[in-house]
Design a protein around this ligand. Structure first.
Ligand code: RFL
Ligand code: PHB
Length: 395
């Protein structure tokens, strides 16, 4: 069978791949998105929940925010908890009016898929085994193979938007990219509960027994996390044990505690920092989790994915419309400046709030002093707020 042709072949239908495809469409550039999983799986996978101000502005400017503007929950502050007390970080007040919006990643995905299909986009789900070829040459290709068929796609460029466990990054010859990695000695046990949120803002709680996070997804769904050990099995935690631990860690001196509800999902999320440099090899460009991951404490992963593909789409536009490769050559350097700042912030938030096992008495006191500083100094809170709502996009 003759291969299909496209200008940009995109591997992966997560936030990075779908958003890139939409931007390219707006710039008049053809793309095909090849996704291993089913559409339903992509639309139901519960992951991130916090959009930076810049991500919301970007979705609006791309014409993708009508449901986000109706259903997204704009939060102008977050709370840091310490010693059963809550301290508010007034994000909007400290950043000239910027805020975050709580809107599930799967809702962003649903909006993007619906819009790409309405615009006649070529999205292919359940692609079987996907492989990339000829990335060093002028005409790379993508091949998909399943039990009944085989397809080929000739491309000008390939965008590897296939997440941390995808095939694009490992297709780059060994030694061509530098890998930087940091493993954290904790994980999160996350639950989704059928309970209306009983606080208006997110609560990041430092507790002797470990970190806990109170978040939400909608007026009827709460999302909560508990610091646990990386090797733990979510199935070994009974619902009762989870609620007991959440009450112990999140409960406050004023009597507030999370409202219980039926637990709809539970799972363990490992925590690590990872970056490859550069985020490109030949005609293969990596974006989002395929190129970098951050620990979730800073709520940055999905936002970084959206920022990467904004830069990549602009660079591809300049290639096709102005016949210039200058922006494509700058793609990795531009993204990495933001990625490393997000990596710094996410690591700092993680180490500020978690309880490391075996910390020395010196480190423990230093950590408590840092929490005291962040919750009492306007300058320290302003720095947290500036990073949390998202640094300005740079080009
Ligand atoms: P994704 O979302 O992983 O999408 C990659 C897609 O590629 C597909 N794929 C393949 N397709 C074809 N062939 C192959 N060989 C393939 N291999 C994989 C996959 O099926 C998938 O559809 O990557 P992308 O687009 O780069 O997006 C990154 C984000 O998903 C991720 O950074 C965030 O979810 C991280 N994250 C958070 N980010 C935030 O910005 N704010 C948050 O509040 C936040 N909270 C979180 C998070 C991630 C979490 N987990 C579960 C890791 C909370 C948690 C608990
Ligand atoms: C979430 O709601 O899933 C969430 C919120 C904030 C984080 C991480 C995850 O830092």
């Amino acid at each position: 069978m003759a291969p299909s042709e496209t200008q940009v072949g995109i591997v992966g239908a997560g936030p990075a791949g779908l958003m890139l495809s939409h931007w390219l469409h707006l710039h008049g550039i053809h793309s095909i998105v090849l996704e291993a999983k089913t559409r339903q799986h992509c639309e139901e996978r519960i992951r991130a929940g916090v959009l930076e101000q810049g991500s919301v502005d970007m979705l609006r400017s791309a014409g993708l925010a009508s449901r986000l503007d109706r259903e997204g929950m704009r939060h102008e502050g977050i709370e840091i908890g310490l010693n059963r007390e809550r301290y508010r970080i007034p994000l909007a007040e400290l950043t000239g009016g910027k805020a975050i919006t709580v809107y599930g990643q799967h809702e962003v995905i649903k909006d993007l898929i619906a819009r790409r299909l309405a615009d006649g986009g070529d999205l292919r789900f359940e692609c079987g085994e996907v492989s990339v070829h000829g990335i060093e040459g002028p005409r790379p290709s993508i091949r998909t193979v399943d039990s009944s068929s085989e397809d080929g796609f000739l491309c000008d460029f390939i965008a590897g938007c296939d997440g941390f466990h995808g095939i694009c990054r490992p297709s780059i010859p060994q030694g061509a990219l530098a890998e930087y990695e940091c493993a954290f000695p904790f994980a999160w046990l996350g639950i989704l509960a059928e309970a209306p949120p009983s606080r208006d803002e997110l609560l990041y709680m430092h507790h002797e027994r470990g970190f806990a996070l109170y978040s939400m997804r909608s007026p009827s769904l709460t999302r909560l996390y508990l610091q646990c050990r990386p090797e733990e099995d979510a199935g070994l935690w009974s619902d009762g044990q989870i609620w007991d631990e959440l009450h112990t860690r999140l409960g406050c001196a004023d009597g507030w505690r999370p409202t219980e509800g039926r637990i709809l999902q539970k799972g363990i999320t490992g925590m690590r920092g990872f970056v490859v440099e550069p985020m490109q090899f030949g005609r293969l460009f990596l974006a989002g989790d395929a190129a970098h991951i951050v620990p979730p404490t800073g709520a940055k992963g999905m936002n970084l994915a959206l920022a990467d593909v904004y830069v990549l789409a602009q660079a591809l536009r300049s290639y096709y419309h102005d016949n210039s490769t200058a922006q494509l050559e700058q793609y990795s350097a531009i993204c990495l400046r933001r990625v490393w700042k997000a990596q710094r912030f996410s690591t700092w938030m993680t180490m500020l709030l978690h309880r490391p096992e075996g910390a020395s008495p010196f480190d423990r006191r230093r950590q408590l002093a840092e929490l005291d500083y962040v919750t009492s100094s306007r300058a320290a809170a302003a720095s947290l707020a500036e990073n949390y709502v998202g640094l300005a996009m740079e080009f």
